[in-house]
Design a protein around this ligand. Sequence first.
Ligand SMILES: [Zn+2]
Length: 121
Amino acid sequence: MRTHSRRRPLRCTEMSEISQKIRRVIFEKYNDSNLRFTNDEIFEVLKKNGAIDKSLTIDDMEQHFDELCDSGMMRNIAQNFTTQWFKLFDALEKLQCVSCQGQSYICRSEETKCPACGAAI
Ligand SMILES: [Zn+2]
């Protein structure tokens, strides 16, 4: 068991910026509930895009993947050391929040709240 000593508390209704970047990668590359994808694959894409800080490690990403599982968007189907395999419950849909104008990628199985500001969508 790894510890979560570096885990920062999340604001209750808002999701982390990194988890939203993960949503976007999933939407663009793995948006099919029959597909499996790994945290390593998403992490590589985020690093290649320069979407996340170069100093981040796969361990730093864990809380953000956990967050997406907790929200009901996807589930963890297997794990081997630090590699985790995930599957979406439903394909993600791109929505624009009327409250903050932000674009979000949301799954129908989730509560329909804007991940950025918490407003109902
Ligand atoms: Zn919003």
